[in-house]
Design a protein around this ligand. Structure first.
Ligand SMILES: NC(=O)C1=CN([C@@H]2O[C@H](COP(=O)(O)OP(=O)(O)OC[C@H]3O[C@@H](n4cnc5c(N)ncnc54)[C@H](O)[C@@H]3O)[C@@H](O)[C@H]2O)C=CC1
Ligand SMILES: O=C(O)[C@@H]1CCC=N1
Length: 273
């Protein structure tokens, strides 16, 4: 599919919506094939100026776009769908970028047969390094999944998964960048404790994170082997690893991701009350 064959409207152009619009423009989408909507007029003016795209109201987006990418917070989705759902003709493709909400949430609020594809991307989309998972809802065809894929592949990697795995994906890769930034913050603090200037500590950790990530991606080696190669007998690394184990960092990460998955489920459950 050539970029811009379909007009795409991002409904709720906040942080993620903006990343998608900017990424599609970088991928060659013509600005006149992109629309955005927001609640605040100042935000609409800012995006129109920054990207040269047309910011419209929600009903205009529904009329003019073939693909509606819903990027509001899950908590705002019920009100949005109450307003918009009855206006969406079933030949439109609805992409949900919302954490937690199953495609059935949209199915219940849209005309019967409207195709819905659930997408979970992440903020490294800003540097075309996103991880995006795509899942078909009941009425989405292979062709419609391919449209979602062709929109998100220029922003990084995409993977097709069953919808039942999307809450876990949200916990791992959707929220994932935050865990890495948290680790960088904590390791930078450690550098300060060890007497390094903050900027030096930051630069050391960022390049170490980039190098380690590229090695993980490109070497094909298991992370355990990569870690073992750093861990010399009676050396420095094993002393650090012993402390990580003593503080149950592995168990903390497992619990943290389980909590994120559970929160995704709660967000969906809250739309039923
Ligand atoms: N921030 C992240 O890293 C990720 C977020 N997501 C999902 O993306 C969605 C958006 O998240 P963010 O961009 O972080 O939130 P955000 O709050 O920055 O963006 C949401 C935007 O929707 C607008 N909005 C709300 N109701 C509207 C309506 N009725 N009509 C038009 N615009 C409306 C808000 O004004 C806001 O600009 C959420 O569902 C979230 O779960 C998914 C993956 C990663
Ligand atoms: O924190 C959140 O709810 C969103 C979804 C995934 C990343 N950020």
């Amino acid at each position: 599919m050539a970029p811009g064959v379909h007009t795409v409207a991002v409904i709720g152009a906040g942080k993620i919506g903006e990343l998608v619009l900017a990424g599609l423009l970088r991928a060659g989408w013509p600005p006149d094939r992109l629309l955005g909507t927001t609640r605040r007029p100042e935000r609409a003016a800012e995006l129109a100026e920054r990207y040269g795209i047309r910011m419209v109201d929600n009903p205009t987006a529904v009329t003019e776009a073939a693909v509606l990418a819903i990027a509001v917070k899950p908590q705002d989705a019920p009100a949005l769908l109450a307003e918009l759902g009855p206006q969406v003709p079933p030949e439109k493709l609805v992409l949900s970028l919302c954490a937690g909400l199953p495609t059935s949430f949209f199915g219940e609020r849209l005309a019967p047969g409207t195709p819905v594809v659930r997408v979970m991307t992440n903020t490294p989309a800003v540097v075309d390094a996103a991880m995006t998972a795509i899942a078909a809802g009941p009425h989405a065809t292979g062709e419609q999944l391919a449209i979602a894929e062709e929109m998100f592949t220029p922003l990084g990697r995409t993977i097709r998964l069953p919808e039942s795995q999307l809450d876990a994906v949200t916990a791992l890769s959707g929220s994932g960048p935050a865990y890495f930034y948290y680790l960088v913050e904590a390791m930078t603090d450690a550098g300060i404790l060890l007497g390094l200037p903050r900027q030096v500590a930051h630069d050391l950790i960022v390049q170490t994170a980039v190098g380690s990530a590229v090695m993980l991606r490109d070497s094909g080696e298991h992370p355990v082997r990569l870690r073992e190669a750093v861990t010399s007998p009676a050396g420095t690394t094993i002393s650090a690893i012993r402390e990580l184990e003593r503080h149950a960092v592995r168990a903390a990460l497992i619990a943290a991701l389980e909590a994120a998955r559970d929160r995704a489920r709660e967000l969906a459950a809250a739309t039923k009350s």
